[in-house]
Write a protein that binds this ligand. Structure first.
Ligand SMILES: Cc1ncc(COP(=O)(O)O)c(C=O)c1O
Length: 407
């Protein structure tokens, strides 16, 4: 009898036992180190996706692994009814690098944004008459819980689950007039991603963000930056607000924060940091000692290895190299900041580039038919970038070739 491979066995189990919410690529990864991954057959890959912006310090960074091991040997969980050391050390460090006053720890990006929305709603209730509306931007992705789904203004995510949370107003990306009409005395919060990630790496105009800040101040609403994807050094500063010089009242992050483990953070400053009281919000697992020890080690690694600088340098390098492809391939727009990069291809081959990339030994992601997104580890080396791009170029060439054959 023919032996089934591990991949076939797992695909069968996926088919039979798992709720089919994911379209997975047919590869089983078994090992990772830095920006490299290995599959079950021992094939090596350059990872230009970094677990969708999670693996900022690379796979299995020794400092993060050691922090997890050391904490796991001592204590895994006791709940937030008691003190353990790592969450408070992390709270101090994270709020310092982020320029915020207080933090609530949770387990994901969606949960961090859910907390932000709750702060805004409670803030608005203090007013007479209450202000309850949240303003969000078209094309944004803030998560898949009911609150965050309601501000994720994309029909494909929202339609099947309506009715959504009421009191949400959506404005078009970079539509300043729309923003001026939407933010009123009824607004309690405005949520935006400085660079929209899931929609294909679309930066918001700084003017649009400045206007949001100004209108929030005029109307007494809270400005929320969702830096779940852009945060933790991805764009070359700890958080994008520090680069663009517009400070939000609430700042959320997740993804890269835990160095590979699940943790989210909702930070706030000024009066926004004093809105939630005991019993207003909570999470059984939020801010557990193992994930917070891992997050602290991640921040220390980013600092010690000068990864903000590397994100800027390597980001510029990747963008320049991809721009050269325009001479040979129908690559159109290249967007992003630091190591958050999206580029468009004139013809709809992006989804085909992904499996072609795997065949060449490079991991990338398509956010749509025409857009490739790169979110590599922030410690990507020049040599890894060159090798990753070499493989990606072949993948692009093969995808274009197949497209032409079927046209
Ligand atoms: C900007 C942004 N916000 C929120 C989320 C949701 O994060 P999570 O999947 O951890 O809930 C994501 C995930 O892609 C994101 O990119």
């Amino acid at each position: 009898m023919e032996k089934t491979s591990l991949l076939e066995e797992l695909m069968q189990m996926d088919e039979q036992y798992v709720v089919p919410t994911y379209a997975r690529q047919p590869v089983v990864f078994v090992k990772g180190c830095g920006a490299r991954l290995w599959d079950a057959d021992g094939r090596e890959y350059i990872d230009l996706l970094g677990g969708i912006a999670v693996d900022a310090v690379g796979h299995c960074h020794p400092r993060v692994v050691r922090a997890i091991q050391q904490q796991a040997e001592k204590l895994l969980h006791v709940s937030n009814l008691f003190y353990t050391e790592p969450p408070f050390r992390l709270a101090q460090k994270l709020t310092t690098v982020a320029g915020m006053d207080r933090v609530f720890f949770c387990n994901s990006g969606a949960e961090a944004n859910e907390c932000a929305l709750k702060i805004a709603r409670k803030w608005g209730k203090r007013r007479q008459p209450h202000s309850e509306e949240i303003v969000a931007v078209e094309g944004a992705f803030h998560g898949r819980l009911f609150g965050t789904l309601s501000v994720t203004a994309q029909a494909k995510y929202q339609k099947p689950f309506e009715p959504l949370v009421p009191g949400v107003r959506i404005v078009k990306r970079n539509d300043i007039q729309g923003l001026q009409e939407a933010i009123t005395g009824r607004t309690c919060g405005v949520i935006l991603e400085p660079i929209q990630g899931e929609s294909g790496v679309h930066p918001l105009d700084v003017e649009f963000i400045r206007e949001a800040r100004k209108l929030c101040d005029e109307h007494g609403a809270l400005l929320i930056f969702d830096e779940v994807q852009t945060g933790m050094g991805r764009t070359g500063t700890w958080f994008m607000w520090q680069e663009i010089g517009v400070k939000p009242d609430i700042l959320t992050t997740a993804k890269a924060l835990g160095g590979g483990l699940p943790i989210g953070a909702c930070m706030a400053c000024g009066e926004a940091a004093e809105v939630l009281d005991r019993g207003d919000h909570g999470s059984t697992f939020g801010g557990g000692p193992v994930v917070t020890a891992a997050a602290l080690a991640t921040i220390e690694a980013i600092e010690e290895e000068n990864l903000l600088e590397n994100a800027r340098v390597m980001g510029n390098y990747l963008r320049e190299r991809i721009a050269e492809w325009r001479k040979k391939y129908p690559v159109t727009e290249i967007r992003g900041a630091g190591l958050m990069i999206g580029f468009d291809i004139e013809v709809p081959v992006a989804r085909q580039v992904v499996p072609e990339g795997l065949a060449q030994g490079v991991v990338v992601n398509a956010t749509g038919d025409n857009t490739i997104r790169l979110l590599p580890p922030l410690n990507l080396s020049r040599e890894e970038a060159d090798e990753g791009l070499r493989r990606l170029e072949i993948a692009l060439e093969h995808a274009l070739q197949k497209y032409r054959e079927t046209e």
